[in-house]
Design a protein around this ligand. Structure first.
Ligand code: PLP
Length: 477
């Protein structure tokens, strides 16, 4: 037997830079360099802040159109009869909506405000899908007169629509929203009629018995950031089964199935190990799951397929740029050495995790509603040649809860350093608060590579315009 000993060789295989080898292999390890985001669509991040101020939302038109094209291709290549609507509430900035409309997207709205906005963008009633659990009477009257597709949510709304359409000469196309168990939690039972207990069937039957209404769509929206394509397979199958039963018993083949939105963007929830690309299925997987169900139907019985997506299309196109305005906490952690007096040693222990460096940013939870759930990438806009260490990011609000991230590895930053937060394009602007701070400017980098203002930073007048002063309080100044 040969007992020759060969010492282990540390080869280049361990990583390009030996110091970063562990980090290269282990997502939870820290490397010696922090990742950086220098530019968006070729425009240096720091120059955007210099030109338009900080904080600043930035959107990539290229990113929006790419997502749009990929989603269209994913579905229409598998199922040609597919139409898409843009979910206004996800981000109703005019320029963003126009990008989707210019790509042929309909408008999906959930309130009178969004309905009016879609009409102002020139979207015809017939290209508007009107959802939501509360549609005010006046909004319904307008939607009916403009022949928008109302997707009915509840019995009271159905009764009101029956009343408002009683005098119509031509029947009105309507849809019903249904909820169902697609095998995922939570089940969004707040919206629509239940499929499983026969409620959706009863609502459909009542509509079919009304000569002023024509049942056009079964609609389900099973949730948001759905990571399981199979859930859509279940939802599509249940809608198809409901449609077949209606066809059998009433002779009416519902022309359209709308599977809602809910497709995820490449983001992670807090606590999820990444990278997002490893966790989030591609849109093609969802297209496979849904169209597989529909393509099994005889060709002449296949419905129009509709979607009303939000998050998936816009989230990654949006960045929030924010600047460090103050540094708090211990910048040079106390070294444990024999020189420490017992008092400072105790202090060091007591400080515990508070001993990390904290940065105050000029953007906080007032602009990042979704930061409570989503673990966005937060990257410096310049290369810092020092290893990252655990840090905390506070927002600017005079509120203890305004913490953008409790723990994040960042290299040492200076006041004035710019960070990019990404992806933030979905829901954050629409849900941003006019609380304590003005809402910032929004810029879109066009497909020509030029950044343009699409929403100015708010000013006091924007906030005070709707206010009225009672005469006895008005001072003559
Ligand atoms: C009825 C309806 N459709 C579409 C959407 C868009 O959802 P998502 O952003 O998950 O695609 C929503 C959002 O919750 C919704 O309520």
């Amino acid at each position: 037997m040969n007992f020759d000993y060969f010492p282990p060789a540390i080869s280049n295989e361990l990583g390009r830079h030996s110091l970063d080898a562990a980090a290269d292999r282990n997502f939870l390890a820290r490397g010696t360099h922090a990742p950086t985001l220098f530019e968006i669509d070729g425009i240096p991040v720091a120059s955007l802040v210099r030109k338009f101020g900080s904080p600043l939302f930035v959107f990539s038109e290229h990113g929006l159109r790419e997502k749009t094209r990929r989603m269209r291709e994913a579905f229409t290549s598998r199922y040609e009869n597919t139409r898409f609507a843009w979910s206004y509430k996800t981000n109703y900035l005019g320029a963003i909506c126009e990008v989707f409309h210019s790509e042929g997207w309909m408008a999906e709205v959930v309130s009178d405000f969004e309905y009016e906005k879609a009409r102002r963008h020139g979207v015809e009633g017939r290209d508007i899908i009107f959802n939501g659990p509360y549609k005010p009477r006046a909004a319904l009257e307008r939607a009916i007169s403009e022949r928008a597709l109302i997707q009915i949510d509840n019995w009271d709304e159905l009764s009101l629509i029956e009343e408002l359409t009683a005098g119509l000469e031509q029947p009105l196309d309507v849809g019903i929203r249904v909820w169902l168990d697609a095998g995922i939690q939570p089940v969004w039972s707040k919206f629509g009629f239940a499929v499983e207990n026969g409620e959706a069937w009863r609502a459909a039957t009542r509509i079919l018995g009304n000569r002023k209404l024509r049942l056009h769509t079964f609609h389900s929206h099973i949730g948001t950031y759905i990571l399981e394509p199979g859930a859509y397979r279940v939802a599509a199958s249940k809608l198809v089964a409901l449609r077949e039963r209606i066809h059998r018993e009433h002779g009416h083949l519902v022309p359209c199935l709308n599977l809602g939105g809910g497709f995820p963007s490449f983001s992670l929830l807090h606590g999820m190990p990444g990278p997002a690309e490893a966790v989030v299925p591609p849109i093609e997987a969802y297209a496979d799951a849904i169209t597989d169900v529909l393509n099994r139907l005889p060709a002449k019985c296949r419905p129009e397929l509709r979607f009303e997506s939000g998050r998936h299309l816009v989230d990654e196109a949006g960045y929030l740029l924010t600047s460090v305005v103050a540094i708090k906490g211990i910048r040079e952690p106390l070294a444990v050495n024999s020189d420490l007096s017992s008092r400072s040693h105790k202090e060091q222990l007591l400080l515990g995790e508070e001993g990390r460096t904290s940065y105050v940013l000029d953007a906080g939870i007032n602009l990042l509603y979704t930061a409570a759930w989503y673990q966005m990438d937060i990257l410096p806009a310049r290369q810092v040649n020092a290893p990252p260490s655990p840090s905390r990011l506070y927002g600017p609000l005079c509120m203890a809860i305004d913490v953008v991230r409790y723990t994040i590895d960042l290299p040492p930053l200076k006041v004035g350093d710019v960070l990019s937060i990404h992806p933030v394009g979905a829901y954050n602007i629409a849900q941003s608060m006019q609380f304590i701070a003005y809402r910032p400017a929004v810029v879109m980098i066009g497909i020509d590579g030029e950044p343009e203002l699409i929403r100015a930073r708010e000013a006091l007048d924007d906030i005070e315009r709707p206010e009225r002063m009672p005469a006895h309080l008005a001072k003559s100044r």
